[in-house]
Write a protein that binds this ligand. Structure first.
Ligand code: HEC
Length: 480
């Protein structure tokens, strides 16, 4: 049977369909056909103002890919049309192979467009066209006041939408893609210093370090000087190339800026300079904060985070386990049946959480140090039954990332526990008694995952049904 293929005209007609899946299929088919017929046919649809926007945009990207560098002139013309401007700019910068041939002007003009979508398309495009002359214009992008580093040991506001920061963020990334070191250094001390430093902190180039140090000596603006010190501190080390010998665990390491920091060409110069400033400074806490925040490992500055919590509670888990009450004397099935009927009292449950030693390994708030699985939102993850079962039969299912590991280390040492913190340089373990051990990654000889849980069974043995129900109810109410 002969299958009739749709012709170019019919396929371009399909770009008018309401279904985006159909439009995509038509585009893909069109791009396999000769550009000589596809380009003019799709261009006719692009310029047909009577058609809906989605059809014109589908035709625009089909045209851009089909025509290649031949289409640049027409796409530039489209940037004069406010309806299609955003898309024409995206199409012009889409393929790096010919983006270099696109002119800068439409992008520079679009930086001041009333539409934020057009502005961002222009900023991203300028980073992709590869023309260093664009740097001066990019540096004009305003940085909003919300550009502040989060307090030490807290996570940034990643989950809070902040559209105002987007253009500046994109401009900093574009400057980095253009490797605009010279333009950024030149901007230091001007109104564009903040954006320039934002971009410079990702440029591990001796010219960046020298430029910041020189500019530091030329300004009396205390706030700017501080920003420069922070930027130099970030440039002190760089990320190691990934060589396959280490990997991130399921327990995220929230410290930055590098996962595995190594020294580079300008590290000694940065350290030398920062040490001098530190010696003269009356604000040693500022340097201690940088040291722990950025894990710079400069011993003299102090402030390196300590893993062992300040008010670590001492709990005798053995003693708790050995007391026998109603729960310990009943079968798990009976406890589960009783739990169905008892509502429990969450306030009592909270007390029991401390009293039965749970706090040795679990935290209830993000402000406490990370231990075992976080209980602050366990009620959103587990049902009452599942919580009860986890307490009565810890080995039944082991939560992801908290398996027991057995580590042997140099000096014939061995450790068994669950990982509470892990970076390229060290592993922090907590054992079955809630004790904390920090092991240097370079000392680790072997590491094995075990099948048993590090959570001791029997911690609820001494409780009555009513008390056990209270503990479970308290946890099931921990929701986000
Ligand atoms: C010695 C440390 C330790 C103590 C003490 C401890 N736990 Fe755990 N707990 C763990 C570890 C490790 C896990 C993860 C491994 C697993 O799932 O068994 C865990 C898992 C859990 C889970 C399941 C969480 C999940 O995400 O799967 C619950 C619920 C829980 N514990 C509650 C408690 C309660 C309630 C107490 C006090 C009666 C307690 N734990 C005491 C170490 C401990």
């Amino acid at each position: 049977m002969e299958v009739k293929k749709a012709n170019v005209e019919q396929l371009v007609g399909a770009l008018k369909l309401g279904s985006s899946v159909a439009r995509l299929a038509a585009q893909q088919e069109l791009l396999t056909r000769p550009a000589a017929s596809v380009a003019p046919a799709s261009w006719t649809l692009v310029t047909d103002a009577a058609q809906p926007l989605h059809s014109r945009v589908a035709a625009l990207f089909t045209y851009a890919q089909s025509a290649g560098s031949q289409g640049i002139g027409n796409l530039v013309k489209l940037t004069e049309d406010a309806t299609l401007r955003e898309f024409a700019l995206k199409a012009l910068a889409d393929r790096k192979a010919w983006a270099q041939q696109a002119p800068l002007e439409p992008f520079l003009k679009a930086l001041n467009d009333p539409s934020a979508r057009v502005q961002t398309a222009a900023i991203i495009g300028l980073g992709r066209l590869g023309k260093p002359e664009a740097a001066t214009a990019l540096l004009q992008v305003k940085v909003p006041a919300s550009f502040v580093a989060p307090a030490g040991n807290t996570e940034g506001p990643h989950a809070t939408p902040n559209s105002a920061i987007v253009p500046a963020h994109l401009a900093a990334r574009a400057l980095v893609s253009l490797n605009a070191v010279d333009a950024c250094v030149k901007a230091l001390g001007t109104g564009q210093s903040t954006l320039a430093l934002w971009a410079l902190r990702s440029m591990h180039d001796p010219k960046a370090v020298d430029g910041i140090i020189a500019a530091y000596g030329k300004t009396n603006d205390a706030a700017l000087k501080k920003q420069m010190l922070v930027t130099l501190a970030r440039l002190y080390q760089k990320e190691a190339d990934y060589d396959g010998s280490w990997w991130w665990s399921t327990r995220p390491d929230t410290h930055g800026p590098y996962y595995k920091a190594i020294a580079w060409e300008s590290s000694p110069k940065v350290k030398d300079f920062l040490m001098k400033q530190w010696q003269q400074s009356g604000d040693k806490a500022f340097y201690a904060d940088l040291n722990s925040r950025l894990r710079m490992n400069i011993a003299e500055w102090g402030g390196q985070e300590t893993t062992v919590a300040k008010e670590e509670v001492k709990v005798d888990l053995e003693k708790i386990k050995n007391k026998k009450g109603q729960v310990g004397e009943s079968s798990i099935e009976d406890v589960m049946l009783a739990l169905e009927k008892l509502k429990g009292n969450a306030t009592l449950g909270k007390t029991l959480f401390t009293q039965q030693g749970c706090i040795a390994c679990h935290s209830l708030s993000r402000n406490e140090p990370m231990k075992g699985p976080f209980m602050g939102q366990i009620g959103s993850i587990m049902s009452r039954d599942q919580i009860a079962e986890s307490i009565l039969k810890p080995n039944a299912s082991i939560s992801q990332g908290f398996a027991t590991v057995m580590i042997t280390a140099k000096g014939k040492k061995s450790y068994m526990g669950f990982v509470t913190e892990e970076s390229a340089s060290r592993v922090v373990l907590r054992d079955i008694a809630g004790q904390v051990y920090t092991i240097k990654a370079s000392d680790i000889i072997s590491r094995k995952e075990m099948e048993n849980s590090m959570m001791p069974a029997g911690l609820a043995n001494a409780l009555s049904y009513e008390e056990f129900a209270s503990l479970v109810t308290f946890l099931s109410e921990q929701k986000k």
